[in-house]
Ligand binder design. Structure first.
Ligand SMILES: Cc1cc2nc3c(=O)[nH]c(=O)nc-3n(C[C@H](O)[C@H](O)[C@H](O)COP(=O)(O)O)c2cc1C
Length: 192
């Protein structure tokens, strides 16, 4: 029988509005099982052609040293000397690094659709994480665009990093920056 009732329990609107990007985390680790559970919610993102164009690489525990080193090695010379140790330390303080990878496609339409689907997945993940008391920041730093970094963390040629998510229990939750009311950006066409 076809289901027609779209009512869900819980208030999705409130969850969307209350979620904040979190950049400072408690040191508590986040269990891999919990992250996997959240990803299994996130994969219900809409995706055209059921291509499910994503894959994930999780750096946990000592594994964080791998992504930290890859990031530090994108610096060179004076910058490496000046900032290397501090950046490495910062990366090791993030409880979990979750890399969201997308397959590139030579067809612009397919690539756009797939990127949109992956972004939907990331927002699903952020919301599901928030619901479980976890904070996330979606990172798109310059190193993510460097082949050297990609190779070092296991991203293949022909793949793109849609985001590196830092995940952990929030130490600081920043205040919300209010949004412009949609009416200010809305054009309504009601007449011929
Ligand atoms: C595609 C995308 C890329 C982002 N990249 C970064 C980033 O590199 N560093 C960062 O601190 N935050 C990043 N953010 C988080 C935004 O800065 C954050 O969503 C914004 O400040 C609004 O805060 P809120 O999420 O708490 O509403 C990114 C968000 C999106 C959607």
């Amino acid at each position: 029988m076809t289901q027609t009732n779209t009512k869900v329990q819980g208030n999705v609107s409130e969850l969307i509005k209350q979620r904040r990007t979190v950049r400072v985390f408690k040191s508590d680790p986040v269990p891999t099982e919990l992250l996997t559970e959240l990803l299994n919610v996130a994969v219900w993102a809409p995706n055209h052609g059921h291509r499910e164009p994503w894959r994930f690489i999780l750096f946990q525990g000592e594994g964080r040293a791998r992504i930290a080193e890859a990031m530090v090695q994108t610096y060179s010379g004076e910058d490496l000397e000046k900032h290397g140790a501090k950046k490495r330390e910062y990366f090791m303080q993030v409880p979990a690094h979750l890399v969201i990878v997308l397959k590139e496609d030579p067809r612009q339409k397919v690539w756009d659709e797939d990127y949109a689907a992956v972004c939907s997945l990331i927002q699903n993940f952020q919301l599901a994480a928030w619901e479980q008391g976890l904070g996330v920041v979606w990172k798109t730093n310059n190193y993510g665009y460097q082949p050297k970094f990609c190779e070092a963390i296991g991203v293949q040629p022909g793949e793109k990093i849609a985001g590196v998510l830092h995940v952990g229990y929030p130490e600081v939750i920043p205040p919300a920056r209010p949004r412009t009311a949609a009416e200010a950006r809305l054009t309504v066409v009601e007449h011929l």
